[in-house]
Write a protein that binds this ligand. Structure first.
Ligand SMILES: Nc1ncnc2c1ncn2[C@@H]1O[C@H](COP(=O)(O)OP(=O)(O)O)[C@@H](O)[C@H]1O
Ligand SMILES: O=C(O)C1=C[C@@H](OP(=O)(O)O)[C@@H](O)[C@H](O)C1
Ligand SMILES: [Mg+2]
Length: 412
C-alpha cells in the first residue's frame, strides 16, 4: 500500500468535487495540490505524492516532466492522470477519453454514422470530445468563434443529430446560459454538455423542453476519476459503481427547493430538512428581506406585487445557482415562468402538499387579498407541474421533513 497521498493538481481547487468523488469511489483520501505555474517543476520532480489527477491549467504544462505517455495522452496531447511507476518513473495518462466515452454511451443511442457539432471543439476538452466521437464513427465538426465553422455558419448544419458543448458557457456562476439556440435544429437526438455545475445548463434545459435527450458532465467527471483510480491501484471499478457515485454526488450537490401554497410549511419544513441533512438553509423570503432591507409583506404593501416579483426573481437567480442548499421558496415563485429554470438548473423541486383548510393567511398580504381558494385555483397546477416530487404534509413539519428525506432516497 502506498504511503504517499494521491491528489489533484491544479491552480485553484477550493470547489473541486474530486476529493469527494475519490472518497466515495475508493475510500481514498485525496489531497488538493494547489500550485502556481512556477512551482510545477519542483512539485513534479518531488516525491510528496503517489499519483495525481491533473486539471486545468496544467494538462499540457506537466508533459515535459513525464518519462512516458499512455496512448490516450499521446493522441490527445494532454495529460490528466500521472502515475508513479514501481521504478519511480512518471507515466502520463488521459482518462478524460474514457470519461467522455462513458458519457456518450450513457445516452444509449447508436451514434455511429451521425454528425455532431462540437462547440469549443478546438480547446482541450473539445479535442477529447472530437477524438472520442471520431473513434465512435461520428463526424465531429468543430464550432468556434475562430474555427472553420463559426456560430454564423450553422444553417448548413441544421440536420445534425448531436450537439456537444465543450465551452464554459453555462458554467457556474454565470448561469443559466446557453451557447446556442437549438430551435433551428430539427433532427437532434441528444445534447451533451461537459459542464457539471450546474446540473442542468441552459442548453440542456432547452433540449429538455424540446424533448431531446441530454447528458451533463458530472458522469464524465466521475468516470474519468474511476479510471484514474484504476490506473493508480490496478483495482477495477465497474460501470454500475460509476453511475451510483454520480447519482449520490448529484443528489448532494443539487439544492432541494421547496415550493407550495403559502402556509404549506416551506419555511418550517426547510429548517428541519437542513438540520437533519447538515445542509445550509436559505429561506428565499428572508434572503429577499436581506437584499432589499424590507420584508416581503412590507415590500408588497408599499411597492406592489409586480415590483416584488421582479426583485424575487433577481434573488432567485443568485440562490438557484448555488449548490447543496435547502431553499424554501416564497409561495408565489410559480407565478413567473422564468423562475422555473432558475430553480430547475441546480435543484430538485419538491412540492409540499398541505390541505387548504390548514393554511393560514396571517402576515401574507397576497393570501389575505386573494383568499386561499383563489390562489389555489391559480397555482396548484403550476406547483404540480414544476415539482420533481410531491410530498404530502404529515402531522408536523418535522415529520414532513423526514418524509421528504425518505422519498428523495437520502440518508439522515
Ligand atoms: N404538518 C405541518 N407541516 C408544516 N407546517 C406545519 C404543519 N403543522 C403545522 N405547521 C405550522 O404551519 C406553519 C407553516 O408556515 P411556514 O413554514 O412559514 O409556511 P410557508 O413557508 O410555506 O408559507 C408553521 O407555523 C408550522 O409550524
Ligand atoms: O404567495 C405569495 O405570493 C407570497 C408568499 C410568501 O411566502 P410564503 O409562501 O413562505 O408565505 C412571500 O413570498 C410573499 O409574501 C408572497
Ligand atoms: Mg415561507
Amino acid at each position: 500500500m502506498a504511503t504517499r497521498p494521491y491528489g489533484v493538481l491544479g491552480r485553484t481547487l477550493k470547489h473541486s468535487y474530486t476529493p469527494a468523488i475519490y472518497r466515495d469511489l475508493a475510500d481514498m483520501d485525496y489531497v488538493r495540490f494547489e500550485r502556481e505555474p512556477e512551482q510545477l517543476e519542483e512539485f513534479l520532480r518531488g516525491d510528496e505524492w503517489e499519483g495525481v489527477n491533473v486539471t486545468i491549467p496544467y494538462k499540457r504544462a506537466v508533459m515535459p516532466y513525464l518519462d512516458e505517455l499512455a496512448e490516450a495522452a499521446e493522441r490527445l496531447g494532454n495529460v490528466n492522470t500521472i502515475v508513479r511507476l514501481a521504478d519511480g518513473r512518471l507515466r502520463g495518462d488521459n482518462t478524460d477519453y474514457f470519461g467522455f466515452k462513458f458519457l456518450v454511451e450513457s445516452l444509449g443511442i447508436d451514434v455511429a454514422g451521425t454528425t455532431a457539432l462540437v462547440l469549443g471543439g478546438s480547446g482541450g476538452a473539445g479535442t477529447t470530445a472530437r477524438t472520442v466521437l471520431s473513434d465512435m464513427g461520428v463526424r465531429a465538426i468543430t464550432v468556434g468563434r475562430s474555427a472553420e465553422v463559426t456560430y454564423d455558419d450553422l444553417d448548413a448544419y441544421r440536420d445534425v443529430e448531436l450537439i456537444v458543448n465543450c465551452t464554459p458557457v453555462g458554467m457556474y456562476p454565470n448561469c443559466p446560459a446557453s451557447p446556442l439556440d437549438l430551435e433551428r435544429f430539427g433532427n437532434l437526438s441528444a445534447v451533451i454538455d461537459i459542464v457539471y455545475n450546474p446540473a442542468r445548463t441552459g442548453i440542456m434545459m432547452q433540449a429538455e423542453r424540446l424533448g431531446i435527450a441530454t447528458a451533463g458532465g458530472l458522469l464524465m467527471l466521475v468516470a474519468q476519476a474511476a479510471q484514474a483510480v484504476e490506473r493508480y491501484t490496478g483495482a477495477h471499478i465497474d460501470d454500475a459503481r460509476i453511475v451510483e457515485v454520480t447519482e449520490r454526488l448529484s443528489a448532494s450537490t443539487q439544492n432541494i427547493a421547496l415550493i407550495g401554497m403559502p402556509g404549506s410549511g416551506k419555511t418550517r419544513v426547510g429548517q428541519n430538512l437542513a438540520r437533519m441533512l447538515g445542509r445550509e438553509h436559505v429561506d428565499a423570503d428572508a434572503a429577499f428581506a436581506e437584499r432589499t432591507g424590507r420584508s416581503c409583506a412590507e415590500f408588497i404593501t408599499t411597492s406592489g406585487e409586480q415590483a416584488f416579483r421582479q426583485e424575487e426573481t433577481a434573488c432567485l437567480r443568485e440562490l438557484g445557482a448555488r449548490s447543496g442548499l435547502v431553499i424554501s421558496c416564497g409561495g408565489g415563485v410559480v407565478t413567473r415562468p422564468e423562475n422555473y429554470e432558475l430553480l430547475h438548473e441546480n435543484s430538485r423541486i419538491i412540492m409540499l402538499d398541505r390541505p387548504l383548510g390548514e393554511l393560514s393567511s396571517a402576515g401574507r398580504p397576497i393570501s389575505a387579498r386573494d383568499g386561499v381558494q383563489k390562489l389555489a385555483d391559480q397555482r396548484m397546477g403550476l406547483y404540480r407541474a414544476w415539482a420533481d416530487l410531491i410530498v404530502k404534509s404529515r402531522d408536523c413539519a418535522e415529520r414532513t421533513a423526514e418524509a421528504v428525506i425518505d422519498e428523495l432516497g437520502l440518508a439522515h
